[in-house]
Design a binder for this molecule. Sequence first.
Ligand SMILES: Cc1cc2nc3c(=O)[nH]c(=O)nc-3n(C[C@H](O)[C@H](O)[C@H](O)COP(=O)(O)OP(=O)(O)OC[C@H]3O[C@@H](n4cnc5c(N)ncnc54)[C@H](O)[C@@H]3O)c2cc1C
Length: 773
Amino acid sequence: MIALYTLLVLVTVAVVIFGAPPIRRVLLSNRILAVFRKVMPPMSQTEADAINAGTVWWDGELFSGKPDWERLLGYPKPTLTPEEQSFLDNECEELCRLCNDWDTYAINDLPPEAWQYIKDKRFFGMIIPKEYGGLGFSAYMHSQVITKLSTRCSALAVTVMVPNSLGPAELLLHYGTEEQKRYYLPRLAAGEEIPCFALTSPHAGSDAAAIPDRGVVCKGMWNGEEVLGMRVTWDKRYITLGPIATLLGLAFRLYDPDGLLGAEKDLGITCALVPTDTPGVHIGRRHFPLNAVFMNGPNWGEDVFMPLDWIIGGPKMAGQGWRMLMECLAAGRSISLPSSNTGMAKLAVRGTGAYARVRQQFNLPIGKFEGVEEPLARMGGNLYMMDAARRMTAGALDLGEKPSVISGIVKYHVTERARDVLNDAMDIQGGKGICLGPNNFTGRAYQQIPVSITVEGANILTRSLIIFGQGAIRCHPYVLKELTAARQNDARAFDQALWRHISFTLCNGARAFFMGLTGSHFVRVPANVAPENKRYYQQLTRFSAAFAFVADISMAVMGGELKRREKLSARLGDILSLLYLCSATLKRYEDEGRNAVDKPLLDWAIWDAMFKAQSAFEGVMSNYPNRVAAHILRWFVFPLGRPYVVASDRLGHKVAELLIEPSSTRDRLTADMYIPREDGEIIGTLERALHAAIAAEAIEAKVRRAVKAGRIEARSPEETAQAAVDAGIISAEEQTQLARAAQLRNEVIRVDDFPPDLSLTDHARSDAARAVA
Ligand SMILES: Cc1cc2nc3c(=O)[nH]c(=O)nc-3n(C[C@H](O)[C@H](O)[C@H](O)COP(=O)(O)OP(=O)(O)OC[C@H]3O[C@@H](n4cnc5c(N)ncnc54)[C@H](O)[C@@H]3O)c2cc1C
């Protein structure tokens, strides 16, 4: 009776405290707020600009612990207009025909006719609206173009990609004065101006906000008149298109020591457009980034006077440069590298799959050996997921989103998976992948992967600092509200956010635990999902709840310290990213009409991702600074142990099979890639060789059986085939098929060679490349 009475009193006290905000505030929230304000990490303006930039989209659902799958499936499938489709099928196809990886390497540039075509067809104006002379393409179309160009020539893709990514055009569109837009945008769209954007300096790479480049507001002579301007000194490197640019987008820190613009002395990072023929602008020589031939180099200037009107958006935008860059970063980062890397992966998958069927060792196509199947399966599963994420993210941009956290996720994960795909492709091809020349279809892409890893936010930094660091604040339903309330010392708002946050955390913990105990079998999923994927939706809901719970507990246990614990932050970011990649993969399956024949690709990708997510959880818990909290987390998240295992060998076998023979699945997986039809082009030859090899396999088997049975004698392949015809084992027509397969196989396995000193003039290199068996 006393116990019951005590319990009743406790419950009443709890209800009064937690249910009555004024009492709760006085007794608890205000005290917590005081502590919170003391331990809260300081945030610079540049950090705040980065965190506040962009929008929250599907990442917010994943952070909620309860993703609304109906919402995911309701997002429209990205599509092209007839005009866009025609551009992809005609202009893009033609541009691919004009360039190839090897010839660009041989001349260290794109061929002049490709440059002209790019300008004539306004490839530099994909993001520029038609009213300014651009093509006004959707984000999805922009992504399709970059993907397609990357299946042909990486230098071509980068050259087209950069003017359409974060740079002069994008910044002008958002912040330019009408006069700047009317002057520059049509010129940029027509390729009359070649733009570049110079942010990186020798002493500020990843920490770009720390650029030492500076401008000082002052008066000076301009066109014979004294005007208010700035004297700018800068030293930049690694600037893509820099060596040939006519218009330099320049980021520097602007100071106003004499107060000519107002009271502020340090105005902050500022972006200006500087014609490169301005006296004092030095465009240096070229860098040679891993043999990539797109233009890239340093530039510098000392005390170069320029009018304030050159600031993008005019003088009122002085000091707003960092905010502008952060706000615009998501669009380019969501498209450029995810698309170019998906393109390279398509090329590697289609080509290597065919090669693995055509190339024989030990009397078998190498793609049929279990050891080779394993990397083939990785290549297929990775590409299916990469392309799904690329498309879904481009679709988000077309819905008006600027998904900053997601842009970091796709930049990091698509480029890392492309690196895996290319590594696997190289291993499978052996020496064929290593010897460069016109007959090598992956070596150049392989060489250039580190460029993708490094630019637009280097990958280690993106994973360790940005994805979870920004996600935890932006995508979380309450953290930003709490931080804002604490900064403003708003007790009421803090109290509201805090208690909702606490109940959110407890609820996710309980849900994660229950779903862990029941194998998430009771999770409700919308009736309209593909029934064969229902379990995936259920398991992802479980992981989403577990992730939200672990993220909250980590923030509570480590607070601001979590920012320095980059390894833990990286693993939490991995879980969020994998949830996003799985969502995109499930959406792709639905958007493509639930092709059952593609299901092994989806299954492999999701199993692999779930296993990786589980390992990331484990990595967080094993390294948790507080061991008690670690045990509690493990108990909540994996109450019955770790349920996920690696994708099975049987599944991997099915995926590998899909890559080594022609099928609608293989076509969808490598959709919209450029496949040259002309003779002598390795990818086209590989396609023909693949068909011929498959047609010849049954005939070869008949011949082998006859040899084994002693009916004919094994000699050279041609002689054995003739003996098989003479003995009535195969027909003359079958003999012709064997000969055709052998001839195409010979062409495919060829590698190039060069004079011993490799000292050819650039133009002669490709002509002198002699293909030998
Ligand atoms: C081919 C090429 C083209 C480029 N094009 C342009 C361009 O057009 N315009 C432009 O302005 N810039 C351009 N860049 C510059 C590019 O953006 C930078 O290279 C990039 O920002 C990284 O800077 P960094 O190379 O100085 O490396 P660093 O900043 O020195 O970083 C080195 C390593 O340390 C890691 N790291 C740094 N800080 C942290 C941290 N806090 N936590 C974890 N890891 C960290 C990074 O991830 C990286 O792995 C280009 C670079 C290349 C190579």
